[in-house]
Design a protein. Structure first.
Length: 260
């Protein structure tokens, strides 16, 4: 019998899902223990999900994320209450999480866009912490989130949607259980690509993972890096849209002018 516990993770990216943007989503999707955003989503939508499921939010920015002007005149630069995973590594509910924001640069002044060389440098900055995790926990990272995919692993042919070679190196070198991304919209079969022990998953527009994690209170198990089992759940068909969707009162009107 397993001595771990099962976490349900809601991963979202790129497109607001009306059936999630309603209080009824709690009835058919709960429990959700953790929310991961791979970018290009309204910040009010992410805050609503965080409140609806009473779950912590970790996110990275996508290339279309912009500051948002609220009804009361405030400017929101990120979802309030969420934690930006870009360039960091955190321990959350028994999982080691990390992430890198943005897409390949296709506009000289594009926000959250990077050249391949820039992304290599950003990936290298994670190495000391990942090596430290491997020494302490027995593995470097469990779930890595990004907006863009790895190069030639579920990416697109056009320059704006090509992935990063640096991500391929991170997967090969540090072997996360999951690499989650968005950026590429699709219709039909979801892209789930095994790369060694890693599953590379395009979570657009949302995806639910169930991951069994070991008891986080057991220091010896943490040092040994007990990984438990893993299971992924496809979202399948969406339930019917609710007649009236809830909207938080501070939902953004539009990207703030002049804050590109």
């Amino acid at each position: 019998m397993s001595d771990g516990r099962r976490l349900r993770i809601l991963a979202v990216s790129d497109q607001v899902v009306e059936t999630l943007y309603t209080p009824q989503a709690r009835e058919w999707l709960s429990p959700i223990h953790l929310i991961l955003s791979c970018g290009d989503l309204p910040y009010g939508y992410l805050e609503f999900l965080m409140e609806l499921f009473n779950a912590p939010l970790f996110y990275v920015h996508g290339n279309h994320d912009r500051p948002e002007l609220l009804f009361d005149g405030r400017v929101r630069h990120a979802p309030e209450g969420g934690q930006n995973l870009d360039g960091t590594v955190v321990w959350e509910q028994g999982l080691l999480l990390s992430g890198l924001e943005g897409s390949r640069r296709y506009h000289p002044e594009g926000r959250y866009q990077y050249t391949e060389e820039e992304m290599w440098l950003r990936a290298f900055r994670l190495v000391p912490r990942l090596l430290w995790n491997r020494q302490r926990y027995g593995r470097a990272v469990d779930v890595f989130i990004a907006h863009a995919p790895p190069r030639s692993i579920g990416d697109g042919p056009d320059p704006a949607h090509q992935g990063f070679s640096a991500f391929r190196w991170l997967i090969r070198r540090f072997r996360p259980r999951y690499f989650l991304h968005g950026h590429l919209h699709f219709h039909g079969r979801r892209s789930i690509i095994p790369v060694g022990p890693t599953l590379v998953i395009n979570v657009f527009p949302y995806y639910v993972l169930e991951i069994e994690v070991s008891d986080v209170g057991n220091d010896e198990r943490k040092r040994a890096g007990g990984r438990g089992g893993r299971r992924s759940i496809s979202t399948g068909p969406l339930p019917g849209d609710a007649a009236e969707s809830h909207r938080p009162p501070d939902r953004a009107l539009e990207p703030a002018a002049g804050l590109r």
